[in-house]
Design a protein around this ligand. Structure first.
Ligand code: C2E
Ligand code: CA
Ligand code: CA
Length: 421
């Protein structure tokens, strides 16, 4: 309980208190007897300790109820993801002296400081939520706040539908052109995934990418995307539409993929199917700074291998995560993407403008190029041009579009670009 109080005072960060009750534990006790019941409780405690971080606190607060304190959370969504991981970890039944026993839980959750600032208040509110959870089915969890309850049910709904989205071929690539800031020539385009769900309608990437990352399905999506983008590129090559592009297609690879699989092998395997067109020099891999947080050496190794096989590499959303000058000089980076948040305020906020300027100068000194994302107006474009930015992407010049529209766009751009001078 002290952790809740310190959570409030010393970190002033978000935390959660969960009361997790084993579903129908009395029934388990009746069937297997108290000794097995006791052993099961200990095993459940051990499994919980494996799932949570060492800084989280786990204890028994009543015979079959565990209290779990999560401190220092970044985001409320994190709790939903942790709960999902918890449920998955319990899919494997327990084996207690030869008895195979499945365990489900019902959980009440209160977050702090939102649902209370004292330990007593947070506990009381988690307990109220637990009482509601116990009225429902197994693996039921109830938050004290209604908005989190609806976010949790949305997460589950999306996750269930995402698992089927691959077979149902519901993913589509939209391509958004990159333009040379001086000549307005198209230098390439970014492949952005769209999910057109029959059940849920159009779901934006910021709502489903994190779920794919959490469930490990992101690697599958990226394999699909690289394959599809190569097919599209091959087609564009055959109809002679990307002759002068310096970075034909940019692909986003999640840091989770770098952690879970050999990204180098995967990309090379797919691309090598297109020997005739030699697509590796046509692909730009976009990564984010968070890739370097966990294992810098491994990330660097993979990037160097990609680089030596002729792939281009960009750092995306630059300046929003862990930007450190000490690491960037050692990376085989070709492009730095100036995050949309700086571009959005480049006209009305001096600080955003000077950050953009600094990034452009940094890139130039390191012999890298800059791509500004989210350019929505001519005025933003002009400021970026005056600062020496190299490439722009944004709704002012072109929105993301499906391949057939992209082909039209490429064919008509020479003529259409005259309207932008
Ligand atoms: P991102 O990589 O930073 O992609 C750029 C985002 O900015 C895209 O959002 C694009 O539609 C949007 N954008 C471009 N120009 C403008 C503009 O002028 N104004 C505004 N307001 N937005 C603009 P989108 O397509 O919704 O994608 C969001 C994020 O989802 C991407 O951010 C990327 O991080 C992720 N994502 C999308 N597809 C994939 C994928 O296949 N794999 C992975 N790992 N992530 C993906
Ligand atoms: Ca990107
Ligand atoms: Ca970005």
């Amino acid at each position: 309980m002290n952790a809740i109080n310190t959570g409030k005072t010393s970190y002033n960060r978000l935390g959660a208190f969960m009361l997790a009750d084993i579903y129908r534990f009395t029934y388990i006790n009746d069937v297997y007897g108290f000794d097995i019941g006791d052993e099961l409780l200990k095993a459940v405690g051990r499994r919980l300790k494996d799932i949570f971080r060492p800084t989280d606190i786990i204890g028994r607060v009543a015979s079959d109820t565990f209290g779990i304190i999560l401190t220092d959370l970044k985001d409320k969504e994190d709790i939903i993801i942790i709960l999902d991981r918890l449920r998955e970890a319990f899919e494997q039944p327990f084996n207690i002296n030869g008895n195979v026993i499945s365990v489900a839980m019902q959980i009440g959750i209160a977050i702090f400081p939102d649902n209370g600032t004292s330990a007593k208040e947070v506990y009381k509110n988690a307990d109220i939520s637990l009482a509601k959870a116990k009225k429902g089915i197994e693996w039921n969890y109830v938050f004290f706040s209604d908005d989190l309850n609806s976010r949790a049910s949305q997460f589950l709904l999306y996750k269930t539908n995402l698992e089927k989205a691959f077979e149902k071929e519901e993913f589509v690539i939209y391509y958004q052109p990159y333009f040379d800031i001086k000549t307005l020539e198209i230098v390439g385009f970014e492949a952005l995934t769209r999910w057109k769900s029959k059940e849920l309608g159009f779901v934006p990437p910021m709502h489903f990418i994190p779920i794919l990352e959490e469930s490990g399905l992101i690697s599958k999506l990226e394999s699909w995307l690289i394959n599809q983008a190569c097919k599209d590129l091959d087609y564009l090559y055959r109809i002679k539409l990307f002759a002068r592009m310096s970075i034909p297609v940019s692909i986003n690879i999640s840091p989770i993929s770098f952690k879970n699989e050999n990204v180098y092998e995967k990309v090379v395997n797919i691309v090598s199917k297109y020997k005739k067109t030699d697509l590796s020099s046509c692909i730009n891999i976009e990564i984010t700074e968070s890739l370097f947080l966990e294992n810098f050496e491994t990330a660097l190794f993979t990037l160097n291998k990609l680089k030596s096989s002729d792939f281009k590499i960009s750092i995306d959303d630059f300046g929003t995560g862990y930007s450190s000058f000490s690491y960037i000089k050692d990376l085989p980076i070709d492009y730095i993407k100036i995050d949309i948040s700086f571009v959005r305020h480049i006209l009305d906020d001096k600080k955003s403008k000077s950050i953009a300027k600094t990034i452009i100068e940094l890139a130039r000194n390191l012999e890298m190029k800059t791509i500004a994302e989210g350019v929505e107006t001519k005025e933003q474009f002009e400021v970026l041009k005056s600062l020496g930015c190299d490439i722009v992407q944004g709704f002012w010049l072109a929105r993301p579009m499906p391949i057939d529209e992209l082909i039209d766009f490429l064919e008509n751009w020479e003529h259409k670009k005259l309207n932008y001078y």
